[in-house]
Design a protein around this ligand. Structure first.
Ligand SMILES: Cc1ncc(COP(=O)(O)O)c(C=O)c1O
Length: 434
C-alpha cells in the first residue's frame, strides 16, 4: 500500500460498493438513501441493467472513434435527443461533461458574434450567484467565491449581474416587483459594460446548488429574452443541473414561454451512467460558424461511444417510464412536505425549488435573514448528520450565500422515501442548529 491520497484534498472517504434504485450501499455496511442523486445526476436511479448492456455493447463493438465520426450509439443519441430538444436547436456538440460544455458554449457564442461581424462583442455576462464548472474560464464566469479561493489574483471575474433571489430581493422578500427589479439590474449591467461589447448572457434558468434551487419570478425570463433580442446578445442557458427533466419539464426554461439560443446540458443526460455533456445551438449559429470556417474543436473523449450509448438508453427509459411527469408530481409532493415540515422552524428561512430540485435555506435570524457565521459550517454539519441517519443530501451555497441544503433524488423515488428524506432533514437541522 502506498499513502497516495485520493481525493486531492483528503477527506470524503466513504466507499460505495453497490447502488440500486435510490439506495447506495457502503463497504462499512450502511444503506444510504441517495436524496441527491450523487451530484444531482442519477435521474433514473442506480443499477439499470439495460443501460449497462448498452454500454457493454458499444464498448465491445467499437470502443473509441474520433468524435466527429458516427457510430451507431452516436446516431442513436442524436435520434433520442429529437424527443427532448426544442426544434430550433438543430446543432449538437457532445462533450464529456458540463464544464467542457459551458466552455464550448461560450466559445461558440463569441465565434458567432465574430462571424456576423460583431468582433467587439467579446464579453460574456454572468450572474453573481451561479456555478458553471471547474475550468479557468468557468471559474471566472461563475458567481461562486468559495470555488475561486486561492485564485483571486489570477482569475478576473466576468462582468456580472444579480441572480434573482426572491427571498432576498432588495425591495423586500417576494416583493411584487421582484422580476422587474432583476431585469433592470441586468439592463444596468449591460449599459455599464456597453451592450455592443457583449456577446452573450450565460445563466441557469433555475439556479442550481450555488443558490439552492432559486426560481425567478414568472416575468423575469420573458423580459430577459426580449432584452437579449433587443441588444443582439446570445442567450446561453446552462441546464447542466436542471436539464432532462429534473424540474418537472424537459428543460427548466420551458416553465416560461422562451427559448435560449444555446442550451447546455450535462449531469442527467446519461443519468450518471457515463460522463457526457452537450451543447445545442440554433441553425443560424451553426451556419454562421460554418460560413466563417470557425472550428468547434472536439474533446478527445467528447461524444464517447459508450457514453452516447448510455445517454440514449437513459433518455429512452425516461420517456417510456414518463419520468419527467413523475419528477413534476413527486416534486410537488416533496415541496409540500418540506413546506409543512419547516413552516414554523425558527432557523429555516424557506424551502424552495421546482420539480425534484428542491432546497432549504438555514439562517441564524428569521427576521433579518442573517446567516450563521461561515466558520460554523452549518451546511456540512447538517449533511454529515443526515448521512449518519442514512440519507445523503447535497450541500449548496457559494460561501457568500449559505447555508443551503439541496435535494435532487432519482425520479423513481416513492412517497415513503420522500417522507423519510424530509423527516431525516428535519432531525438533522434540529440537531445542528435548534
Ligand atoms: C449549473 C452547472 N453548470 C455546470 C456544472 C459543471 O459540470 P461538470 O461538473 O460536469 O463539469 C455544474 C456542476 O455541478 C452545474 O451544476
Amino acid at each position: 500500500m502506498t499513502d497516495r491520497a485520493w481525493p486531492f484534498i483528503k477527506g470524503g472517504n466513504i466507499e460505495v460498493t453497490r447502488a440500486e434504485g435510490v439506495y447506495l450501499y457502503t463497504r462499512q455496511g450502511a444503506k444510504v438513501l441517495d436524496a441527491a442523486g450523487g451530484a444531482i445526476v442519477a435521474n433514473i436511479g442506480h443499477g439499470r441493467k439495460r443501460v449497462a448492456e448498452a454500454v457493454y455493447e458499444a464498448t465491445l463493438e467499437y470502443s473509441y472513434v474520433v468524435p466527429p465520426w458516427l457510430t451507431p450509439s452516436r446516431a442513436a443519441l442524436v435520434k433520442s435527443l429529437d424527443a427532448w430538444l426544442p426544434a430550433s436547436l438543430t446543432r449538437v456538440h457532445i462533450t464529456s461533461g458540463g464544464s467542457e460544455a459551458n466552455e464550448a458554449a461560450m466559445k461558440i457564442a463569441l465565434q458567432y458574434q465574430a462571424a456576423r461581424g460583431e468582433k467587439n462583442r467579446t464579453k460574456i455576462i454572468t450572474r453573481n450567484v451561479s456555478y458553471h464548472g471547474t475550468t479557468v474560464a468557468n471559474t471566472a464566469a461563475g458567481g461562486h467565491p468559495k470555488r475561486r479561493r486561492g485564485l483571486e489574483k489570477a482569475i478576473h471575474p466576468y462582468p456580472n449581474t444579480e441572480t434573482p433571489y426572491p427571498l432576498r430581493c432588495p425591495l423586500g422578500p417576494y416583493h411584487a416587483d421582484t422580476g422587474a427589479y432583476y431585469v433592470e439590474a441586468l439592463r444596468t449591467t449591460l449599459e455599464r459594460e456597453d451592450p455592443d461589447t457583449v456577446a452573450a448572457l450565460l445563466a441557469e434558468p433555475i439556479t442550481g446548488s450555488s443558490g439552492g434551487a432559486l426560481v425567478p419570478p414568472d416575468d423575469y425570463w420573458p423580459a430577459v429574452r426580449a432584452l437579449c433580442d433587443e441588444l443582439g446578445i446570445v442567450l446561453i442557458h446552462d441546464e447542466v443541473m436542471t436539464g432532462f427533466g429534473r424540474t418537472g419539464a424537459p428543460f427548466a426554461h420551458q416553465h416560461w414561454d422562451i427559448e435560449p439560443d444555446i442550451l447546455v446540458s450535462g449531469k442527467g443526460l446519461a443519468g450518471g451512467y457515463a460522463p457526457i455533456g452537450g451543447v445545442y445551438a440554433t441553425e443560424a449559429i451553426g451556419q454562421a460558424l460554418e460560413e466563417a470556417s470557425y472550428p468547434v474543436m472536439f474533446n478527445t473523449f467528447g461524444a464517447h461511444p459508450a457514453a452516447c450509448a448510455a445517454a440514449s438508453e437513459v433518455l429512452d427509459i425516461m420517456i417510456e417510464e414518463k419520468l419527467v411527469e413523475r419528477a413534476g408530481s413527486l416534486g410537488e409532493k416533496l415541496s409540500r412536505s418540506l413546506h409543512e415540515a419547516f413552516a414554523d422552524h425558527p432557523h429555516v428561512a424557506e424551502s424552495r425549488g421546482r420539480g425534484l430540485l428542491q432546497a432549504i435555506e438555514i439562517v441564524r435570524d428569521l427576521e433579518s435573514l442573517e446567516p450563521f457565521p461561515e466558520e460554523d459550517n452549518v451546511t456540512s454539519r447538517v449533511v454529515a448528520k443526515a448521512l449518519e441517519k442514512g440519507v445523503f443530501f447535497y450541500g449548496g451555497g457559494t460561501g457568500a450565500v449559505r447555508d443551503i441544503v439541496c435535494m435532487g433524488p432519482p425520479f423513481i423515488i416513492d412517497e415513503a422515501q420522500i417522507n423519510q428524506m424530509v423527516s431525516v432533514l428535519v432531525d438533522a437541522v434540529n440537531e445542528v442548529v435548534a
